[in-house]
Design a protein around this ligand. Structure first.
Ligand code: HEC
Length: 133
């Protein structure tokens, strides 16, 4: 009984210790997981881009393509949704597990409803917002 309680406390401590490490800035996440294809600027000119069968999207034009508004909810589900969709024509890798790690934050993407969303995903989408031309 005491041993079980100790194990639970220990696991809790490990989770608590890991969580902050995993929650990094959107810029750092982008540098780690997106730059190879989309490039530092987001224009789709990363070092791996030429080797892809399909050009990586120009991420600096997301708002322009959407009538000047950065579609936060759509961008987050685009990044995240790639993991679940099983679309074989999509070249983008599955990033869901990385993005799901770390804490959740409540986000209202404009519909007035706050939804628990992985903080890493929000940070990444916010970074993309800063790349808009
Ligand atoms: C292996 C190369 C590759 C990597 C790595 C990659 N992408 Fe992509 N991305 C693409 C390609 C290619 C497309 C065009 C659509 C498709 O084939 O999936 C795309 C499309 C997108 C789109 C849709 C843009 C639009 O306007 O339609 C977004 C948003 C996006 N990527 C964000 C990201 C983010 C954020 C990361 C890092 C977490 C990332 N991508 C990592 C190759 C990549």
């Amino acid at each position: 009984m005491i041993r079980t309680a100790f194990a639970i406390v220990a696991v809790g401590a490990v989770i608590a210790a890991c969580a902050p490490e995993r929650q990094v800035s959107g810029r750092a996440l982008y540098a780690e997981f997106c730059v190879s294809c989309h490039g530092t600027s987001g224009k789709g000119d990363g070092p791996a881009a030429a080797a892809l069968g399909k050009a990586p999207a120009d991420l600096t034009g997301i708002a322009t393509r959407n009538g000047g508004q950065f579609p936060m909810a759509e961008v987050m589900s685009t990044i995240d949704g790639y993991t679940r969709r099983g679309d074989r024509s999509s070249v983008m890798p599955e990033l869901g597990t990385v993005l799901q790690e770390g804490p959740l934050v409540m986000v209202d993407t404009g519909d007035g409803i706050a939804t628990p969303t992985p903080a890493n995903l929000v940070a990444l989408a916010n970074h993309l917002r800063t790349l808009q031309k």
